[in-house]
Design a protein around this ligand. Structure first.
Ligand SMILES: Cc1cc2nc3c(=O)[nH]c(=O)nc-3n(C[C@H](O)[C@H](O)[C@H](O)COP(=O)(O)OP(=O)(O)OC[C@H]3O[C@@H](n4cnc5c(N)ncnc54)[C@H](O)[C@@H]3O)c2cc1C
Length: 399
C-alpha cells in the first residue's frame, strides 16, 4: 500500500506554491514515507538531513542565514573532547561512537562530492598542567590509546623543533595518537553538496519565526519567507534552538557560549599533532594554516572579537611555538557554541508534540558528535535499536 505526503509551502502571499512540495510514495521497504523540515543548516542540521535523505525521506532545510556559517564554521574541527577524562560517560559514549563512524562518513562524502574535508588522524599532545596519572587510568579503562615517553615518528621530526624540545619532552606530556581532526568548513561544503545531490531542498535567508501547534502536533512554521508545513519537524538551530522553540522549549537549557579563534599561516604544516594545554589548542592544517583557540565566554548572542582574547591566546600560544612571534595574523573570529549543561546534547522527540524533534546543544563538541547524533535521532524516528542507552540525551527537556 502506497501513501503520498506533500510538503506544503505557502508563499508570503499565502497562496500555495506546489513546486517546493515533494511527493513521495513508498512503504513496505526500508525507505521512509515521511517528509521533514529541518530548522538550521549547521553541521547537525546537515548531518541529520543527509541521514534522512539516504533513507528515502523528503527533506527541506530552512536556514536563517547561509548554510554552515555559524558555530560549525567557526570551530576547530578536533574530533575528540579536549581532555576526555574530564567528561561524563554520556559525552564519552557519544564522541566514541562518532569517532567510530567518522572516517567512513567523510570518505563517503569526499567520494560523492569531490570536496576533501581533510580528515586526518593527527594525534593530540596534552601538555601539563593536568593529572597525568588519572588521565592514563581513564585511557586504560576506556581502551583509549595513550603514549607517555613516546618517540616522535620520524616523518614528523622536521616540524617538531618549531615547538621546542622543552615542551614535548616534559615528563607529564601525553600523546593521544588516535585523535583525529577535520577541516570543518570543507566538511560543511561536502555535506551541503551531498544533501543537494540526494534531493534535499535548502532554503537560505529563511528564518523560522514561530512554531504553530494544534492537537498535540506542530501544524505549520511561520518564517521570513512564508508558512511551511510537513509531516515532521526537527530543530537543529544550535545556540538559537531555544529561541526557535519559543514556548515549546520547556526547560531546555541551551544558550550561546562565545569562542574566539586566531589563524596564522606557515609555509608548510608547522605541527603534526594537535597541541593542547588547558583550554588552549593549536591545530595545523595541511596547507600550513595554524588555528589557535579558544575562549569560553558567556556573553549572550554577541559575536564580537576582542583584543583581550587575541592577546591572551597569542601570548600563551607563542610560549609553545616561539616562531609565531614573526607571523602575521591572518584572521580572528568568534562563534557561538550551543552550550548545554555538562556538554550533553538533547536528541529526540519533543515530550509533548508528537511530530517535533530536536538535535541540539552539542556545546564544545558538535562537529565530533555530528554523525552519532544524526544516527541516534534516525534510530528514534524509525524505531531502530540504539547502540547504547540514549535516555540521557532526552533529559535536556528538564521534565
Ligand atoms: C571557537 C569554536 C571552536 C570549536 N571547536 C570545536 C572542535 O574542535 N570540535 C568540535 O567537535 N566542536 C567544536 N566546536 C563546537 C561546534 O562548532 C558546535 O558544537 C557545532 O558547530 C554545533 O552545530 P550546530 O549545527 O548545532 O550549530 P550551528 O553551526 O550554529 O548551526 C545552527 C544553524 O541554525 C541556524 N538558525 C538559527 N536560528 C534559526 C532560525 N530561526 N531559523 C532557521 N535557521 C536558524 C543558524 O543560522 C545556523 O546556521 C567549536 C565551536 C567554536 C565556536
Amino acid at each position: 500500500m502506497y501513501e503520498t505526503f506533500r510538503l506544503a509551502y505557502y508563499a508570503q502571499s499565502y497562496q500555495t506554491v506546489p513546486m517546493i512540495g515533494q511527493i513521495i510514495r513508498m512503504s513496505g521497504n526500508n525507505e521512509m514515507n515521511q517528509d521533514f523540515i529541518v530548522i538550521g543548516a549547521g553541521i547537525i542540521g546537515l548531518a541529520t538531513a543527509e541521514r534522512l535523505l539516504a533513507q528515502g525521506a523528503a527533506v527541506t532545510i530552512l536556514e536563517r542565514g547561509k548554510v554552515g556559517q555559524e558555530s560549525s564554521w567557526a570551530g576547530g574541527g578536533i574530533l575528540s573532547p579536549l581532555c576526555p577524562w574530564n567528561y561524563s560517560d554520556e559525552v564519552t559514549r557519544l564522541t566514541s561512537y562518532s569517532a567510530s563512524l567518522f572516517a567512513a562518513w567523510v570518505h563517503s562524502l569526499h567520494a560523492a562530492s569531490g570536496i576533501d574535508p581533510e580528515y586526518e588522524v593527527s594525534g593530540m599532545l596534552v601538555l601539563p598542567p593536568f593529572d597525568a596519572h588519572a588521565a592514563q587510568q581513564w585511557c586504560v579503562a576506556h581502551e583509549v590509546k595513550v603514549e607517555k615517553n613516546f618517540s616522535v615518528p620520524s616523518a614528523t621530526v622536521p616540524s617538531f623543533p618549531i615547538i621546542g624540545r622543552d615542551v614535548w619532552e616534559q615528563d607529564d606530556v601525553l600523546l593521544l595518537p588516535e585523535v583525529a581532526q577535520v577541516r570543518n568548513p570543507r566538511l560543511l561544503r561536502a555535506l551541503r553538496s551531498r544533501v543537494k545531490a540526494l534531493g534535499g531542498h535548502i532554503i537560505e535567508q529563511c528564518a523560522v519565526h514561530d512554531i504553530v501547534t494544534g492537537s498535540g502536533q506542530v501544524q505549520t512554521l511561520t518564517t521570513a519567507c512564508g508558512t511551511f508545513s510537513a509531516q515532521s519537524y526537527i530543530v537543529t538551530a544550535g545556540a538559537w534552538s531555544k529561541q526557535v522553540l519559543g514556548q515549546h522549549a520547556l526547560n531546555l537549557n541551551i544558550k550561546p557560549m562565545r569562542g574566539q579563534m586566531l589563524l596564522f599561516k606557515f609555509a608548510a604544516a608547522p605541527l603534526r599533532p594537535i597541541l593542547l594545554q588547558d583550554n588552549l589548542y593549536l591545530i595545523y592544517r595541511r596547507d600550513g594554516h595554524l588555528l589557535i583557540g579558544s575562549t569560553l565566554e558567556d556573553v549572550g548572542f554577541n559575536k564580537q572579537t576582542t583584543i583581550a582574547a587575541h592577546n591572551d591566546l597569542f601570548e600563551r600560544a607563542q610560549r609553545l611555538v616561539p616562531a609565531l612571534g614573526n607571523m602575521p595574523l591572518m584572521q580572528h573570529w568568534a562563534g557561538l557554541r550551543p552550550a548545554s549543561p555538562h556538554n550533553i546534547p538533547t536528541i529526540g522527540r519533543h515530550p509533548q508534540l508528537d511530530n517535533l524533534y530536536i538535535n541540539s546543544g552539542h556545546f564544545r563538541y558538535g562537529v565530533t558528535m555530528a554523525p552519532a547524533s544524526a544516527s541516534i535521532l534516525l534510530n528514534e524516528i524509525t524505531g531502530m535499536p540504539q547502540p547504547f542507552d540514549v535516555a540521557p540525551y532526552r533529559a535536556g527537556w528538564g521534565i
